[in-house]
Write a protein that binds this ligand. Structure first.
Ligand code: ZN
Ligand code: ZN
Ligand code: FE
Length: 757
């Protein structure tokens, strides 16, 4: 007796080989029927023996394609119909709902093998299959079919078409399927020559890199700059070329064993390095780190990744060096370049060659960055391999656009219960990034069929994203969300929390409801609203933004608060370096209160301590001073400094004791550890008080300061030991890259409850 079953599968099921997989297991279990993509899901109809249907369902759930992620399966049994065999039917453009667009997937091992075996794909660098290859970076519309990607100009040859149409082939319905006869190809452009042919290109590029050269390489989501990671001259030149003063550079290694020669790699770190997402993983450098000093700039971490495009593998086969720098091809803070002519104009005069290929990049995507903290992958920059996979919430987010913050921006759109974050946009501080923001938003609205009716934005009056939200027109409901409330809400949204929690938001800067700059906030909050329970003491930030760029100013502010004019008699190296005159100017500014906004920022406190220890007086990239402070921690030290907990948190005693330790010539690594331990104690103590006041046991940690591995690891462990439930970020950045998700969640909650709406 035959049964029939109608199945709807939602989740990450398009562009990841799900339909062919369904086809194969249907045939295996002798079921007839069909499978098709719709805009909202994958729809399956199967009929056959009851136990075959059950076996089919078990196999579908337990062994789906590597890059897929099944979120929900709906099934209903119906009457069998007249039907022969199993078919993959045409995509249906049925509704304005969407199914998930797959992120890009690193080339798979089967394809790497095919590069040696298939005559039309020997060393073919655009090889892919249903399990791997470009996705988000080439798609411009749904459903995910070849004509809606930038593969459209490349008609399949007969051989590729046969594979595409053969259900038993690994390339069955692989939309970007291609071979050397029909697909895209690379061209290497040097100052007076164009090189064609992949073998010659690879050997030429490898030769140039091994001989001090710098090459601009078109990657999946944009152009990258590559050079020998063991060659200090090349690295210095590359840094100069990018106009990028201090930031550490990402490094691509030959393989995982090579990475182990340079850095410690835990199981969780290995897992992230080898995952199909292939992010940059921040690893602890080991003592014999032999990379060019200009890469890690004195920090104890290496941003390491493994080859993910076929070209990377071909290149490393030729290279006789262990690693290359592979960093975003942009100038200063502008977005990564994606346009070929622009890249040639920009990079050809300054490099030894530009490697282009003749397929357009539809969606720009930088390399993503993760860090393993407490054995869990934390996404610090969410782009290639991650975007645009959604975060599923317990709230209806439909029609909400959240515009994000100002630095390391992402935006977020709501679709049903899904929050779809954009790729990493960057610091919105120049016209190029603003255009990227506007373009990406237009593309997301088209791709995900989304027209906003509500727009959520930061409280800051001067952020581009706030003004952008205000200019969206009167028909849109505007919801303003305080920055640190958004941080906590972002982490809550990730964990499906919708109840009062104890929030700890530690970061650099966010506009407060009192007009001051907040940044170390203890909030009793739910998704809709918050109360500020306490915060670090306000302290003047001499010179506003200059005070952020020059951490020594913050050190002077703290020391002046404690020692008054006696600060001039303090004998510490950093003050001597800065010089009496400059210190006096800052003291005058503080006294008169001119251009000294009040801040309660954790980032600025870390800046001050870093400067007092003479680790970083002038910051050449964001969060440099806190990173240098973290970098020198002596991990075996469990001591801490005293602090005062009144209405607010006061660090006068902490700073005084740091000065005392400095005078005693205590090792800076010990001082740094003691300082970090102090912050952990502050969190524990404040949270303990809040717990008593509110009978609440759930602690949510967010904000850029929690990118600090030592701090987050130990804060989590201490809170767990005390019996708290602890929530921190995994899926979206704890820095301002996660703010848009929080704004979206707050807006959704207020909309649902009618509060402030
Ligand atoms: Zn493959
Ligand atoms: Zn072909
Ligand atoms: Fe922030």
């Amino acid at each position: 007796m035959n049964k029939a079953c109608h199945i709807t599968v939602s989740g990450l099921v398009q562009g990841v080989g799900f339909r062919p997989f369904v086809y194969r297991i249907a045939n295996k279990h002798n079921l007839s029927g069909w499978v098709r993509n719709t805009n909202e899901s994958v729809e399956i109809f199967i009929q056959g023996q009851q136990n075959s249907i059950e076996n089919f369902l078990t196999e579908m759930r337990s062994d789906p394609p590597a890059a897929s992620h099944i979120e929900k399966v709906l099934l209903s049994y119906t009457e069998p119909v007249e039907l022969q065999g199993f078919m993959i039917t045409r995509s249906e453009n049925t509704s304005d709902k969407i199914t998930e667009v797959s992120p890009d997937i690193a080339v798979c091992n089967d394809c790497l093998e095919d590069m040696h075996l298939q005559p039309n794909r020997i060393n073919y660098p655009f090889i892919n299959c249903t399990n791997c290859g470009p996705r988000f970076t080439i798609i411009n519309d749904l459903p995910y079919d070849r004509q809606n990607t930038t593969m459209k100009p490349f008609p399949m040859c007969d051989s590729c078409r046969r594979e595409y149409e053969d259900v038993n082939d690994r390339r069955f319905h692989a939309q970007p399927v291609a071979c050397s006869d029909c697909g895209p190809h690379y061209t290497l452009i040097t100052k007076n020559h164009r090189t064609e042919g992949i073998d010659l290109i690879v050997s030429t590029v490898a030769g140039l890199i091994m001989n001090d050269g710098i090459i601009a390489v078109k990657g999946l989501g944009g152009y990258f700059l590559a050079c020998d990671a063991t060659n200090d001259d090349a690295v210095t030149r590359l840094r100069f070329l990018k106009n990028r003063e201090g930031k550490p550079l990402a490094v691509m290694f030959h393989d995982i064993d090579t990475i182990r020669q340079y850095a410690e790699v835990s199981d969780a770190e290995e897992h992230s390095l080898l995952s199909w997402k292939r992010p940059v993983v921040l690893l602890q450098a080991n003592h014999k780190n032999l990379l060019a000093p200009g890469i890690c700039v004195g920090l104890n971490t290496i941003g390491a990744m493994l080859p993910y495009q076929p070209f990377h593998h071909l290149l490393f086969n030729e290279l006789k060096i262990p690693a290359i720098v592979l960093t975003s091809g942009n100038i200063s803070d502008e977005p990564i370049l994606i346009d070929d002519q622009n890249a040639i104009d920009t990079f050809l005069p300054k490099t030894d060659g530009v490697l282009v290929y003749n397929r357009e990049i539809e969606n720009r995507a930088d390399d993503s960055v993760v860090r393993i903290i407490n054995n869990t992958e934390r996404v610090l920059r969410r782009s290639r391999g991650f975007a645009p996979a959604p975060v599923t919430l317990n709230l209806d987010t439909g029609g909400i656009l959240a515009t994000g913050a100002e630095l390391v921006n992402t935006f977020c759109i709501g679709k049903g219960k899904q929050a779809i974050l954009s790729q990493y946009i960057g610091d919105i501080q120049n016209v190029e990034t603003i255009s990227f923001y506007e373009e990406a938003l237009a593309k997301f609205q088209k791709l995900f069929r989304m027209t906003p009716s509500v727009v959520a934005a930061d409280l800051h009056p001067d952020y581009f994203t706030s003004r952008f939200a205000e200019n969206q027109g009167r028909s849109l409901k505007l919801i303003k969300v305080q920055h640190h409330h958004a941080h906590i809400a972002s982490c809550m949204a990730e964990h499906g929390l919708d109840e009062p929690v104890l929030g700890v938001a530690l970061d650099g800067t966010g506009f407060g409801t009192d007009g001051n700059t907040w940044g170390a906030e203890f909030l009793y909050c739910d998704l809709a609203d918050f109360t500020r329970e306490t915060h670090f003491d306000y302290i003047p930030l001499p010179g506003g933004d200059r005070g952020i760029e020059e951490p020594w100013r913050m050190a002077v502010a703290y020391l002046f608060k404690i020692f008054g004019k006696d600060i001039t008699h303090l004998e510490i190296p950093f003050l001597e370096k800065i010089g009496q005159e400059k210190v006096d100017v800052i003291v005058k500014m503080i006294r008169s209160g001119i251009n000294c906004p009040l801040v309660s920022s954790s980032g600025r406190l870390f800046d001050a301590v870093s400067a007092i220890l003479d680790l970083c007086l002038y910051s050449t990239f964001s969060a440099e001073a806190p990173m240098r402070l973290e970098s020198i921690i002596e991990p075996d030290c469990s001591e801490s400094y005293p602090f005062t907990l009144g209405e607010t948190v006061n660090f006068d005693l902490t700073i005084t004791n740091i000065m005392e330790d400095l005078r005693k010539n205590i090792d800076p690594g010990i001082i740094s550890a003691k300082f970090h331990n102090t912050i952990i104690s502050v969190i524990i103590e404040v949270i303990h008080r809040m717990k008593i006041r509110h009978s609440c046991n759930k602690v949510v940690l967010s904000g850029g300061t929690f990118q600090n591995k030592y701090l987050l690891e130990r804060t989590e462990m201490e809170l767990l030991k005390k019996g708290f439930m602890v929530y921190s970020h995994h899926l979206v950045p704890t820095n301002d890259g996660g703010i848009s998700l929080g704004q979206l969640a707050v807006a959704a909650k207020r909309k649902q409850s009618g509060l402030h709406f």
